[in-house]
Design a protein around this ligand. Structure first.
Ligand code: ACM
Ligand code: ZN
Length: 619
């Protein structure tokens, strides 16, 4: 009898061991820490047996989480081949836990099930994103997982550092097609970015259907030689900027499309913030609705005349009232962005209507007129139950209405000063957050450069709370990237190229605690996993390049991440995968002839080859 029970105990143990896919405590934690981006706040081990993904045959969820469950089900069904449905006692459980902060989530994995709790549906969505990042990278494409693929036994407790984690896209200069915008929202969600700010109008086109003024999009969304809005040529456009077709447009979003976008985004925890940029950058509306000053006026910073709304014409405010009323009704966002940047004040000073206004309201100059307009627009926005946010110029010329937020773009300084005065701030300084800036000095690298080179490391180095006194830190609501699109053409290709991977760095700055993030660790996750996830989704990201330095009469390359491969030539030929693989420092004598490329983790070559700075002495 004793022998029998001993044997059955042995069998039992063998069965249990067979079921147990073991992880050491360190391996389980490392599994999460080496893969998840943005970096999680805390990960603990939870026993020693992992969970086989193929065990998920159903998902149970609160009724408020059906949409998030469907996202998980779609992906997990495709990955496992299981026909997963919503049912009680699912091996993946999704629920709301009111004890958690709004965007916090807790992902608990043991050998029996996976449980995700969130403080809100957005929190649960983030938990699902973290779960997906624990799978092989090819599941972001068509990949599937083996039936014994195991998740580590862990408890991940994660929440964001900042409430506002945003990205702005200018869809006026170049238009982003609706489907490409949906894909972009999907990508934002994967990065736990919670706001997409759309710059919907500018001098070069009006891109939002306004029912009260159909001509805004009928006329104002096309530019061309025979159109009211003339073709767009940036005065300093370099060779790599493709010229637009003539005519360009009509390109705009209908209100139905916006509703669809809002719905798609909200399931992913993303708010769409609309921007109607006034009183500058208003050439499109001025041309269509005749809202500008009736003077020739001088050129503004971008070289346009007549792109400012007339502050002395009451009809302009009636039109704005109607437009903002429609915008407020369409977008559920608390914020409405009112622009306010780069206004050419001079125009007002020569307009008879604006001069009358100055006299009547006792306004002393352009800045005070600007403040007058901004205050009136803020009032309109507030009347519709929304909170105004504007670019940092709205700080000038007088006080702002209570509750107005500023977006600090010219640098961090206006944001720091505003926070010290108790004004809420979203940090978007060009030097760190403007993805329209070049990422390298190379002449083939597209982009602006007024704020310097904004490379991946620069974005990652930004701390929105730097120089903010402790007592004012709570006024910094978060951070936003920005992509102005003068040079973003072909649109989809360049939208990706300019956004990624800088957006990955920005997402980590926005989400993760500073003590948990470190650039080399970030790049290691990028090189091993995250760039591959982007590639699986056909994201045309900019392949991070090797850098070099001179050391002991040699050229020494630094890889952007350990797996990066560098190929080089010294005979004038274009380097490729069949050139020499870089393995050790290259003697200085090859300096002037050396050309190199860096490959992506999957072996794709970067867009143009690098050369070494020439030896000036040699000439
Ligand atoms: C801006 O870049 N003009 C806000
Ligand atoms: Zn005027």
């Amino acid at each position: 009898m004793k022998l029998l029970s001993f044997i059955s105990a042995l069998i039992m143990q063998a069965v249990l061991n067979g079921c147990c896919i073991k992880f050491t405590s360190e391996d389980a934690k490392q599994f999460v820490n080496s893969r998840v981006l943005p970096k999680v706040k805390s990960v603990e081990t939870n026993g020693e047996c992992g969970f086989k993904l193929s065990k998920i045959k159903s998902v149970s969820c609160d009724s408020s989480l059906i949409a998030q469950a469907e996202i998980a089900i779609d992906k997990l069904s495709a990955i496992t081949g299981n026909d997963i449905e919503i049912a009680k006692n699912g091996k993946l459980e999704l629920s709301i836990n009111k004890q958690l902060a709004t965007e916090q989530y807790k992902l608990t994995i043991d050998n029996k099930k996976v449980n995700i709790q969130g403080g809100s549906p957005a929190g649960v969505f983030y938990g699902i994103q973290t779960l997906l990042q624990l799978l092989p990278t090819d599941v972001y494409g068509e990949g599937t997982v083996a039936s014994d693929y195991a998740l580590p036994p862990v408890i991940v407790d994660d929440s964001p550092r900042f409430d506002y984690r945003g990205m702005m896209i200018d869809v006026s200069r170049h238009f982003i097609q609706f489907d490409d915008l949906l894909q972009y929202v999907e990508l934002l969600g994967q990065h736990k970015v919670n706001t997409l700010h759309l710059h919907l109008c500018d001098d070069q086109g009006w891109r939002l259907e306004i029912k009260a003024y159909p001509e805004l999009t009928k006329i104002g969304s096309i530019r061309g030689t025979n159109e009211v809005i003339k073709p767009f040529r940036h005065s300093k456009a370099p060779e790599w900027q493709k010229h637009d077709p003539d005519p360009y447009g009509p390109f705009f979003y209908t209100q139905e499309q916006i509703k669809q976008l809002i719905k798609f985004a909200s399931v992913r925890g993303i708010t769409i913030v609309p921007e109607i940029d006034v009183p500058g950058h208003s050439l499109a509306i001025n041309r269509v609705l005749h809202t500008g000053c009736r003077v020739k006026g001088s050129k503004g910073v971008h070289g346009y005349r007549g792109n400012v709304l007339c502050a002395g014409n009451e009809e302009v405010f009636n039109i704005l009232e109607t437009i903002f009323a429609e915008v407020a009704a369409l977008f559920p966002s608390d914020y409405i962005h009112i622009g306010g940047d780069e206004v050419n004040h001079k125009q007002w000073l020569s307009c008879s209507e604006c001069k009358k206004l100055m006299k009547r309201e006792k306004l002393k100059g352009g800045h005070e007129i600007q403040n007058y307009v901004v205050k009136r627009v803020c009032e309109i926005v507030a009347k519709h139950g929304k909170r105004p946010v504007g670019w940092n110029e709205i700080l000038s010329g007088g006080k702002l209405p209570e509750g107005t937020t500023i977006m600090s773009w010219i640098g961090p300084k206006p944001g720091i000063e505003a926070a010290k005065k108790g004004i809420e701030v979203i940090m978007a300084p060009g030097q760190y957050c403007y993805f329209d800036m070049k990422e390298a000095r190379h002449h083939l690298e597209p982009g602006h450069w007024w704020a310097g080179i904004v490379n991946l490391e620069k974005v990652y180095s930004f701390d929105p709370l730097e120089s903010i006194p402790d007592e004012n830190k709570s006024f910094i609501k978060g951070i936003s990237g920005a992509l102005w699109t003068e040079y973003v053409t072909p649109e989809k290709e360049q939208l990706h190229y300019k956004s990624f991977p800088r957006l990955c760095a920005l997402a980590e700055v926005a989400w993760s605690q500073p003590e948990h993030r470190e650039y080399s660790d970030f790049m290691s996750r990028m090189g091993k996993y995250h760039l591959l996830r982007l590639e699986e989704q056909d994201v045309n990201y900019r392949i991070p390049r090797a850098t070099y330095k001179f050391e002991n009469d040699s050229i020494v390359f630094t890889k952007p991440y350990p797996e990066a491969k560098i190929y080089y030539s010294i005979d004038g030929s274009k380097p490729s995968k069949s050139s020499q693989l870089y393995e050790q420092p290259i003697p200085m004598k090859y300096r002037d002839d050396l050309k190199f490329i860096t490959l992506s983790p999957s072996g794709k070559a970067c867009k143009y080859e690098g050369v070494i700075k020439k030896d000036k002495k040699k000439k």
